[in-house]
Design a protein around this ligand. Sequence first.
Ligand code: EPU
Length: 429
Amino acid sequence: MVYYKIRGGRKLYGEVKISGAKNAAASILPGLLLINGICRICNVPQIEDVHLTIEILESLGAKVRWLSSDCIEADCREIGSRTVLPHLGVRMRASHFFIGTLLGRFGEANAPLPGGCVIGMRPIDQHLKGFDAMGADYAVDGEMVRVSVKNGQRLKGAEICFDMVTVGATMNLMLAAALADGVTVLKNAASEPHIVDLAGFLNAMGADVSGAGTDEIIIKGVPSLHGGSYSLIPDQIEAGTFMAAVAAAGGRIRLSGIIPAHLKCISAPLRQMGMEITEGEDSLMVSRPGELSGIDIVTRPYPGFPTDMQPQMGAVACFARGKSTIVETIWEDRLRYTSELRRMGADITVHERTAIFHGVPHLIGASVEALDLRAGAALVIAALAADGVTQISNIGFIERGYHDLTGKLAALGAEISREAEERDTEEDH
Ligand code: EPU
């Protein structure tokens, strides 16, 4: 068993370089399949989800190699398969982006259907509704979803209005529409920074996408895309996680390699709590001058407060003076981390999608479990500020989305290590 061991109480000082965005990589790397050429993608984070995405690309026939620690080259000229192998696809929810890209380029895609997961149900009805409007048939065959273009090889441009703001369906339909015959208009589209990044990537390879960043995106299909180079945006949520870490543990750090505009939705509530945040051109100085006060947060699609920062802010709220309220509107099961924080002494009550925090002077180190990626990040933050030692198990979740979290925190002065413990159980044999 591997786990993180954290002795709390050290303030954080120094500089941290933020890696490329996980959720941009999630759609842009599958997007490489649309390109009948060679692409170079830089600022790629070395996280488990990226390694798995590359494994899926290779299993389909792509040739991918790392040029440096954060740059890959992908040759997708010869793609033999139209099927995402179930044992690879089920390990990552974002594997559904391969449906959009295989369908867009080859008119056919088969992939495992993503089921519910620890943060909530993860339906893809809006993705399928979009493919259907573009002239595809789909069928669910056991655990696989099979989608193919009805008459011929190319999807047809269509107007698609999503029933809710969905990041995944917006990106999947952008991917599918890039090579479609005609114009696709996506209404009630999501506007997250990684959606603008996906549009930037597609356009750099010859696509015609406009309106990304607003709620209406227009994709004029082109016959083919060419190779080229692109660099991913920095990870908004990784940056926010370090900001929350300083809020909980104290100190003063500089985040570098970031886009400050993407962080306004996170800086605003942290400032309201008492944090000092100063924007540079591609950096932020973050410090905690004194005690924090309570905060009320409701998660919303961008530019609202991101659900992917909600658990980390919950960890900060444990220490803030008075009462804080957090309402999670996107994922129905994303407050489960509060039970682990309670094991460390936090005062939190949860009613349906609302968590109420009453600040306590100290949390106490304990053995706790990362229940999902951001829940794990919340525990790291709480542990950095807690008295004594915390052991966090199930860290595979955390490493799916954060590049070298322990190394980066240790460089800021945290006492954190990744430990391995021999276990001799039936399961291991
Ligand atoms: N939804 C539907 N039907 C659909 C699609 C979505 O009902 O066809 C619902 C979902 O159940 C949810 C809401 O719409 O209640 C929003 O879902 P969305 O499609 O926006 O989420 P996603 O694309 O599956 C991405 C991120 C998540 C992040 C959400 C919201 C990736 C790989 N994942 O998920 O990231 O929470 O957008 O911003 O991009 C994370 O990084 O920790 C993470 C979970």
